[in-house]
Design a protein around this ligand. Structure first.
Ligand code: HEC
Length: 95
């Protein structure tokens, strides 16, 4: 009887460790994703959008205006769809 109680406890302990480490892995992957996704937008913006004119600060335009502006500037700056999307994402998050 003693033994069966012990086994039950250790199974619960193992399950607890597995669930906790899955939760931790999930949280770490979330925390790691945000900066990676945002940084390239800011970087691309700084690298590309200053080549022809002074940089337009994010606060200059609304989300909708940035979508239109970057759509036009995308062809001028020769950006890929993904690069343009990242720049728009950054501008919308910073205005
Ligand atoms: C190849 C040159 C070039 C690059 C690169 C460029 N622009 Fe421009 N941009 C222009 C020119 C020329 C104008 C002014 C003429 C016009 O508005 O069509 C302009 C105007 C603008 C305006 C003002 C529009 C308005 O109506 O006042 C904004 C905002 C802008 N650019 C944002 C950007 C952003 C953001 C990027 C980076 C994705 C960028 N530009 C990259 C050439 C460029």
């Amino acid at each position: 009887m003693d033994r069966s109680i012990k086994r039950k406890k250790s199974i619960t302990g193992v399950l607890g460790v597995i669930i906790l480490s899955m939760l931790l892995a999930f949280l770490v992957s979330c925390a790691g994703n945000t900066p990676i996704k945002q940084q390239p937008g800011a970087q691309l913006w700084g690298d590309n959008c200053i080549r022809c004119h002074n940089i337009r600060p994010p606060a200059n335009l609304t989300d909708e205006q940035w979508e239109v502006a970057v759509m036009h500037m995308r062809t001028r700056a020769n950006l890929t769809a993904l690069e343009a999307e990242r720049i728009v994402e950054f501008l919308k998050a910073s205005n």
